[in-house]
Design a protein around this ligand. Structure first.
Ligand SMILES: Cc1ncc(COP(=O)(O)O)c(C=O)c1O
Length: 358
């Protein structure tokens, strides 16, 4: 079976974990600090704050930006549930805006109409490894005095006209094993703002600025040194991993027939967390079955948009339609693109798709 995702863990990560175990400092220690500094450098930002997951990175970033009850955050519905749930965690409401069908990302042209007097922030999600169109988003944010929190959980190292994702607002990353780099579980917040960075560190550690003095409600969102040691080694490999993902994606796009392949807009550095095609005419699920029969893994990210999830409809009363989001959810399927694929794997994937009768 050619898996849709595969973490590549080498001897460097294994040795680094053993070194931590021998060191006697297992959590929030020197490896976490070193990993944060290296991650901040990768993103070209002043600060990186490690957390226990991408979800807790989002939660912490929203809290540190002062977003809370009564506030609205504009975000896409075509994303992983954690993007919107993190807004709920702080007592605010996600306001969903439709996507640009060519990129699967938030359509900047639709944002202004969604702004109300309760809107506090825009949370673009750089889906599948492709940056959102950030210039118009940053312009709208500055015109209306809104904060920008980037959900970059799927786009480590991606660029937008030379700028790294995570450097254009408060950035948040996931280090889950399927991501372009991993620490097992883990997350990272990136920012150039000293006060936001400091506040994130306090929230991560029980609201504590001085040991056992608690100024505000905080959490245990810490990363272990074991995770940081893995992440530190993975970060050294990120550029190479991303380069192989790009090469694999180029091969697939050059050879696949009968499907819409991913767009890479001019000036964007796509890191292909996912290689996502569109299959029209209601044939997507048949293609998935066909691929499975040929031992080619695939996955739909995401079959149900957040505004149509049971919890959002039944408990929160969401009742809206987002045409492009809903169409994408019925047409997308992601194919393996990870750096563990061989040339033979890529050929197998292409042949399996191309022999399907669209
Ligand atoms: C877009 C997006 N946001 C948030 C998250 C949450 O990250 P984690 O699973 O590390 O909590 C993910 C992870 O899959 C994601 O893809």
């Amino acid at each position: 079976m050619i898996n849709i995702a595969k973490p590549l863990i080498g001897s460097e990560e294994k040795q680094a974990v053993l070194d931590v175990l021998d060191s006697g400092i297992l959590a929030q220690g020197p490896r976490v600090k070193a990993f944060e500094e290296a991650f901040a450098a990768m993103c070209s930002v002043k600060h990186a704050i490690a957390t226990s997951s991408g979800t807790t990175a989002l939660h912490t970033a929203l809290l540190a930006n002062g977003i809370g009850p009564g506030d609205e955050v504009i975000t896409p519905s075509f994303t992983f549930i954690a993007s919107a749930n993190s807004v709920l965690f702080v007592g605010a409401s996600p306001v969903f805006v439709d996507i640009d069908p060519r990129t699967f990302n938030l359509d900047p042209q639709l944002i202004t109409a969604a702004i109300t007097d309760k809107t506090r922030a825009i949370m673009p999600v750089h889906l599948y490894g492709l940056s959102c169109d950030m210039d118009p988003i940053l312009d709208i944010a500055s015109k209306y005095g809104l904060l920008v929190i980037e959900d970059a959980c799927q786009s480590h190292g991606a660029t937008y006209h030379g700028r790294k994702v995570g450097s254009m607002g408060t950035g948040t990353f996931s280090l889950y094993p399927t991501k372009n780099m991993t620490s097992g579980e883990g997350g990272m917040i990136t920012t150039n703002d000293d006060a936001i960075a400091e506040h994130c560190r306090v929230i991560r550690q029980h609201g504590m600025r001085r040991r056992y003095y608690h100024d505000e409600l905080g959490y245990n969102f810490r990363m272990t040194d074991i995770q940081a040691a893995i992440g530190f080694e993975q970060l050294k490999k990120l550029e190479r991993f991303n380069q192989v993902r790009r090469e694999n994606a180029r091969y697939l796009s050059e050879h696949l027939k009968g499907v819409t392949v991913p767009l890479v807009p001019e000036g964007y550095g796509h890191v292909f967390h996912q290689y996502t095609i569109r299959v029209t005419g209601g044939r997507r699920d048949a293609l998935i079955q066909h691929l499975a029969a040929r031992d080619v893994g695939s996955m739909v990210y995401y079959p149900v948009p957040i505004h149509q999830q049971t919890f959002y409809v039944n408990q929160l009363g969401y009742n809206l339609s987002l045409l492009e989001t809903e169409l994408a959810a019925s047409e997308v399927v992601s194919l393996p693109v990870h750096p563990g694929l061989s040339a033979a794997d890529l050929e197998t994937i292409v042949n399996a798709v191309n022999e399907f009768a669209f």
